[in-house]
Design a protein around this ligand. Structure first.
Ligand SMILES: *Cc1c(COP(=O)(O)O)cnc(C)c1O
Length: 352
């Protein structure tokens, strides 16, 4: 042991999904959007004024904040932006979960939550999902230091209805409730209207999935002006220039192409319905998904085996070797062609 060892902040990091890079691969493991970003984003990226890169970017991110405020009909003071929703959520943990009482989140959920809680020494208690992997609202009607859950949940894809969300928010006036809506655009209902009615709820979204911009890193939180101010105070105490100049320019452009946004997300929902039907015919069982992935289990073949076999064919899906979900696969929705290749491989590859 080194003499400085006891002064180190030791953490067990989050493990992101694999990022293989093979020309023939079908990559369905990290919920990326299979379609490119909006055409205007791509044109602007090519025409970018790179001279301005010598300047620091606008620390207030005003262009993007005001674009988002206009898009959602909010005031600019109600919007906070960050480097992907991972950055926004990490800032939220740092800002809002500053209590000796436990933070509450589901046992099966986004696997970054316990990593941030551990890193920031935030006490937490996981609340078990029911046997069909649905959140039980009653689990959140007790003393706590804060509440966070994704809606739709990940990696299950299950949606919690708005009445239940409102009840959780209403019954916890002395805690901040964060609804992580990374997947809400794929057929879910947003809790955004609640931010006008309650001062303790924050809605977090991202450009990574529905806007095809995972590589750009844009996330945002929406809530009442006071919460947003507290978030900004922490951000400016940490790093003033979180968002870079190209990101701000391209993020604004994405918001301006509503038709493309609707078209691509509708295509993904159609492909999800088709893939669900095909997978059910092959003996997979799963709950309804309101996200851009399906969380499936096969009636006879272990998930880990299917995962390994698909890999051999350069088809990547996500397998979590964790309690309760170690016989499930999370399959992101790709293009119809990619999903067809998955189905054909499952049928003909001697896997099932
Ligand atoms: C993908 C995801 C995020 C983070 O996305 P960013 O790329 O950092 O915006 C946050 N929460 C959930 C539940 C996700 O699945």
């Amino acid at each position: 042991m080194k003499p400085w060892e006891d002064k180190i902040r030791k953490v067990i990091p989050y493990t992101p999904g694999e990022q293989p890079n093979e020309s023939d691969m079908v990559k369905l493991n990290t919920n990326e959007n299979p379609y490119p970003p909006a055409p205007s984003v791509r044109e602007l990226a090519k025409a970018m004024n790179t001279e301005d890169l010598r300047l620091y970017p606008d620390p207030t991110c005003h262009s993007l904040v005001s674009g988002l405020a206009a898009y959602y009909g909010l005031k600019e003071e109600q919007v906070f932006v960050g480097v992907g929703s991972d950055d926004v959520l990490a800032m939220c943990f740092l800002t809002f979960f500053n209590s000796q009482k436990p933070l509450l989140f589901p046992d099966i959920t986004y696997s970054f939550y316990d990593v941030w809680a551990d890193m920031l020494r935030i006490p937490y208690e996981c609340q078990p999902l029911d046997e069909n992997f649905h959140i039980k609202k009653e689990d959140y009607f007790r003393e706590n230091g804060g509440i966070i859950f994704p809606n739709p949940n990940a990696p299950t894809g299950a949606e919690l209805d708005q009445d239940a969300i409102e009840e959780i928010v209403a019954k916890n006036p002395s805690s901040i409730v964060i609804v992580d809506e990374a997947y809400v655009d794929f057929g879910g209902v947003s809790a955004l209207p609640l931010i006008e009615k309650y001062d303790n709820v924050l809605v977090v979204q991202t450009f990574s999935k529905s806007r095809s911009m995972a590589g750009m890193r844009i996330g945002y939180a929406m809530g009442n002006a006071e919460l947003i101010k507290y978030l900004n105070d922490v951000k400016y105490s940490f790093n003033s220039y979180t968002m870079n100049y190209p990101t701000l320019v391209l993020g604004v452009a994405s918001l301006q192409d509503e038709a493309y946004f609707q078209e691509t997300k509708n295509k993904i929902m159609e492909t999800r319905a088709w893939a669900a039907k095909e997978l059910r015919e092959l003996g997979f069982t799963f709950e309804d998904s309101k996200s851009n992935f399906l969380f499936v289990s096969h009636k006879s073949v272990p998930a880990e085996k299917i995962f390994m076999e698909l890999r051999k064919h350069h088809i990547y899906v996500r397998y979590f070797k964790k309690p309760r979900i170690d016989n499930y696969l999370r399959i992101s929705i790709g293009t119809p062609k990619e999903m067809q290749k998955l189905i054909t491989t499952l049928k003909e590859g001697d896997i099932l």
